[in-house]
Design a protein around this ligand. Structure first.
Ligand code: XIL
Length: 345
């Protein structure tokens, strides 16, 4: 029995795949996906820097093999992501002379990217993270080039373009730290504004890069209710648990160079102590009991990676750590938390 056999009755249960996994090149990963998940998303290969590294030159090979993987293994596919200030190619905001482009030029580039990409995957992707991370923690718009050059309606323009390119696709707004009330309220205002203008939006994605002691779970749960009250579904889109200390107060440069600092930030290079594993497991169980309670408001839970070996949290926000964030260990062995979640559900 896999996760999908129980959770799948209520919502999609998915996982992010890197390109080695989504090309089918990692048999252990394929077996895990088939057993436990009914939904996949690209960890990187559908981001703009990979799809359109130079203007007008699109490279779909890696993403197409994910499409084939999803088809062959009966997985629903999510598109991640169309408009994001990160992992966007440098040419996007500059003209040939290196000057910042005008609003008209950027709107044109953004729409062309969306049209081409959404058109290419039309009918193959269930829905798109149309805009990722556009709101700051204080509820203001992130001062990204998209916002600074186009203005706040870049979001509406992006959603409309995606809808035109594939009217059958669901459209999502995706962000992190959504249990923060100021940020949550700003996202609710955004959703309501889009809806009042007749713009399609199906769900808010809560990334959920969580830790052992954050976010506050009652605030997190309240956010699920708030988004649902705006008339959209809620999805947990990038779930993982960072079990390592946060580098707050350390400067990035010193962490890289200073062995002592690095040791403090990487306390379990060989194995995770049992006491910390128990906290990790407890935390996941609390999260999944929240998801179960809110299953009527939710449409998907996606883990941000299969195994600890592949997790981006080994390198973020500090490089070269040994993190223990996911459901499968570095040898793709299943952790006991998986069957406990199955039991809980
Ligand atoms: C991360 C990937 O996991 C890494 O491999 C990559 O180097 C950086 O991006 N929020 C998102 C994801 O929306 O796309 C990010 O994924 C993690 C944070």
């Amino acid at each position: 029995q896999g996760l999908k056999d129980v959770i799948g009755k209520d919502m999609l249960i998915g996982v992010a795949l890197n390109k080695w996994q989504s090309s089918g090149g990692v048999p252990e990963a394929t077996a895990i996906v088939r057993k436990h998940f009914n939904s996949v998303v690209a960890e990187n290969c559908m981001k703009s820097e990979n799809l359109q590294p130079r203007e007008g030159k699109f490279y779909f090979d890696a993403a197409d093999s994910l499409v084939a993987f999803a088809r062959d293994n009966n997985q629903t596919l999510t598109g991640h992501c169309l408009v994001w200030h990160s992992q966007v190619p440098r040419w996007f905001f500059k003209d040939k002379a290196g000057r910042t482009v005008t609003r008209d030029v950027l709107v044109g580039r953004m729409r062309r990217h969306i049209k081409k990409v959404v058109g290419h995957f039309k009918g193959k992707v269930r829905g798109w993270d149309v805009v990722n991370e556009a709101i700051e923690d204080d509820g203001s718009f992130r001062k990204s080039p998209f916002y600074s050059i186009i203005g706040e309606d870049f979001i509406e323009i992006a959603f409309r373009a995606a809808h035109e390119a594939d009217p059958g696709a669901e459209l999502y707004y995706n962000d992190y730290s959504l249990s923060n009330p100021a940020k949550r309220d700003a996202v609710c205002r955004l959703v309501r504004r889009l809806k009042s203008k007749g713009v399609r939006i199906d769900a808010v994605g809560m990334q959920s890069h969580n830790g052992l002691d954050y976010p506050d779970l009652s605030a997190y749960e309240a956010s699920i209710d708030s988004f649902a009250a705006c008339g959209v579904k809620v999805m947990v889109t990038e779930l993982d648990l960072n079990v390592l200390p946060s580098p707050k107060g350390f400067s990035g440069a010193r962490i890289e160079q200073d062995f002592e600092y690095h040791k403090r930030l990487n306390p379990y290079p060989e194995a995770l102590p049992d006491s910390i594993y128990r906290k990790f497991e407890q935390r996941y169980l609390e999260l999944f009991s929240i998801y179960r309670r809110h299953r009527h408001q939710m449409s998907r839970i996606t883990l941000w990676g299969i195994s600890d070996r592949d997790s981006w949290l080994n390198d973020f926000p500090v490089h070269g750590r040994t993190n223990y964030s996911l459901f499968f260990d570095r040898n793709y062995a299943e952790k006991p938390v998986v069957s406990k979640i199955i039991e809980l559900w």
